[in-house]
Design a protein around this ligand. Structure first.
Ligand code: C2E
Ligand code: CA
Ligand code: CA
Length: 407
C-alpha cells in the first residue's frame, strides 16, 4: 500500500483558490495513473493525498516504485499558463512484512504513519513497527496532557543557582516533570516538543509560571528573596497577550518582576525576530529578567545579542561539561564570560558537575553557577529540605535573609 502526499493543496488553494488546487490534484492523479499503469487500484483520499495498492509486489519493488513515482511527481505541473511545483512524500506498508494478519484499513493506517515519518527529509519511507509506537506515544501524550495536569501528574522541579564567589542561593530554575500513568517518567525533551507542536505550550507555561510564582511568594513570606526562572518556547512569543497574562500573574501573587526570569534559546528568538522582539521588549519593560539559554550552540551572533533586550546569558552545559578536558570548550567558556561582561550581562554557567569546573568559572569571573555539584533539580518538598540542610541563614543588607551554601 502506497500513501502519496503532495504538499501543494493548501499553498495552491491559498494563493489561487480551490479550483486551481483541484486542477492540480487532477494533474497529479493523471500522472500517478500513468506511472503505475491502468491495473493498479488507485484512490484519492483527501486534499492531495492518494493511495495505491500494489498487488504481488515485493518490498524492494515497492520501494523502487515509490522512489520513481516521487521523482516523477516532483516535476513541475503546467496548470493553464502557470507552472506549479510540488514536493511528493510517499510512505508504504506491506502485508508481507508482518506475521500477523493486517487488513486494508490497517495497511492504510500504517502507510499513513510512514508518510508522516518522511518529514525528516527522507521522502520515501517504509513502515516499521517502531514508527507506530512513536506515533501512538506522541498522540497519547498530546491528548492526555491536559488530563494529566488536572490529575496532578505534571509537576515542577527546581534547581538552585548560586552566585560566585560567595555562593549565595540567588534563584532556582523551574523544570517541568511528567509522570505518565502508562509511560512512567517522561523527560521534558521528550514531551515538550510534542506539546509545542500540538499548540498546547500556553497551557504548560501557565502551569509552570503559576507554580513558580506560588513558590516565590512562599519564600517572600519567610523573608527570602529567591527568584524563579521559567523556560519559554518560541510559541509563547507568538501570543500577543502573553505579557499581559504574565503581568496579571505577578499581581495575583504579588511578586516583584525582578524575581521572575524567562529563559529563551537564541534559535528560538532568531527564528522569528519580528514576532518575538516586540514581546520580549514588553516583558523586559515590565521589569522581568530575560536570559538567553544554551548560549554558544545556536547562531551566537554577537551583533544580535547586543540588540536583544536581555540581562543574562547562560553558557550551554556542553561547554561547561567539556571544559575540564577540552581546551576548545575552555576557550569558548572564557570568551562567553568576557563577551557577556563587556555587554553588561550577568553570566550563568549550567552543567557545573565538578569542584574544578566551579573553581575555574570562579577564576574567570562567571557570576552564577548551576549544576549537579550544587544540586539536581528537586521536587518542592525536597528543595525545602535541601535549603534547610545545605545552607546557612544570615541577615542581608536590607531586611531580607541570605542563604549561603555550606561547604
Ligand atoms: P535547559 O533549559 O537547558 O535545562 C537544563 C537541563 O540540564 C535540565 O534538563 C537539567 O536537569 C539539566 N542539568 C542541570 N544540571 C546539570 C548538570 O550538572 N549536568 C547535566 N548533565 N545536566 C544538568 P531537563 O530538566 O531534562 O530539561 C531539558 C530541557 O527541557 C530544558 O533544557 C528546557 O529546554 C526544557 N524544559 C524544561 N522545562 C520546561 C518548561 O517548563 N517549558 C519549556 N518550554 N521547556 C522546558
Ligand atoms: Ca533553561
Ligand atoms: Ca540550558
Amino acid at each position: 500500500m502506497l500513501r502519496i502526499d503532495l504538499d501543494v493543496f493548501s499553498t495552491v488553494s491559498d494563493a489561487l483558490g480551490y479550483s486551481w488546487a483541484d486542477r492540480m490534484v487532477i494533474a497529479a492523479g493523471t500522472r500517478i495513473r500513468g506511472a503505475l499503469g491502468p491495473d493498479v487500484p488507485l484512490a484519492r483520499l483527501e486534499g492531495a493525498s492518494f493511495a495505491a495498492l500494489l498487488v504481488d509486489c515485493s518490498i524492494e519493488d515497492a520501494h523502487r516504485a515509490a522512489e520513481r513515482l516521487r521523482v516523477q511527481l516532483s516535476e513541475p505541473y503546467p496548470v493553464d499558463r502557470l507552472s506549479v511545483e510540488a514536493n511528493a512524500m510517499i510512505g508504504y506498508a506491506s502485508s508481507a512484512d508482518d506475521a500477523g494478519e493486517v487488513d486494508v484499513d490497517g495497511l492504510l493506517q500504517r502507510a499513513d504513519v510512514a508518510v508522516r515519518a518522511t518529514r525528516g527529509g527522507e521522502e520515501v519511507r517504509g513502515y516499521v513497527p517502531s514508527m507506530g509506537q512513536i506515533f501512538l506515544r506522541r498522540f497519547q501524550m498530546v491528548t492526555q496532557f491536559r488530563q494529566s495536569l488536572e490529575d496532578g501528574h505534571v509537576s515542577v522541579h527546581y534547581q538552585p543557582k548560586v552566585t560566585l564567589p560567595n555562593r549565595q542561593v540567588q534563584g532556582v530554575e523551574a523544570l517541568v516533570r511528567w509522570v505518565h500513568p502508562e509511560f512512567g517518567r517522561l523527560g521534558p525533551d521528550e514531551f515538550v516538543p510534542a506539546i509545542e507542536a500540538a499548540g498546547l505550550i500556553g497551557v504548560l507555561t501557565s502551569f509552570v509560571l503559576e507554580q513558580s510564582l506560588k513558590r516565590v511568594r512562599k519564600w517572600l513570606d519567610e523573608g527570602l528573596r529567591i527568584s524563579a526562572a521559567v523556560n519559554l518556547s518560541v510559541r509563547n512569543l507568538s501570543d500577543d497577550d502573553f505579557p499581559a497574562k504574565v503581568q496579571r500573574e505577578l499581581e495575583r501573587f504579588d511578586v516583584p518582576p525582578e524575581l521572575l526570569t524567562f529563559e529563551l534559546t537564541e534559535s528560538g528568538v532568531m527564528s522569528d525576530p519580528q514576532k518575538a522582539l516586540p514581546i520580549l521588549r514588553e516583558l523586559h519593560s515590565l521589569g522581568i529578567v530575560l536570559a538567553v539559554d544554551d548560549f554558544g550552540t545556536g547562531y551566537s551572533s554577537l551583533a544580535y545579542l547586543r540588540q536583544l533586550p536581555v540581562d543574562q546569558v547562560k553558557i550551554d552545559k556542553s561547554f561547561v561539561l567539556g571544559m575540564g578536558t577540552d581546551l576548545g570548550d575552555l576557550a569558548v567558556v572564557r570568551s562567553i564570560v568576557e563577551l557577556g561582561h563587556s555587554l553588561g550581562l550577568t553570566v550563568v554557567a549550567e552543567g557545573v558537575e565538578e569542584d574544578v569546573a566551579r573553581d575555574q568559572l570562579e577564576a574567570m569571573g562567571c557570576d552564577v553557577a548551576q549544576g549537579y555539584l550544587i544540586s539536581r533539580p528537586l521536587p518542592e518538598d525536597r528543595l525545602e529540605a535541601w535549603l534547610q540542610a545545605r545552607t546557612a541563614r544570615s541577615p542581608g543588607r536590607h531586611s531580607e535573609t541570605v542563604l549561603t551554601l555550606l561547604t
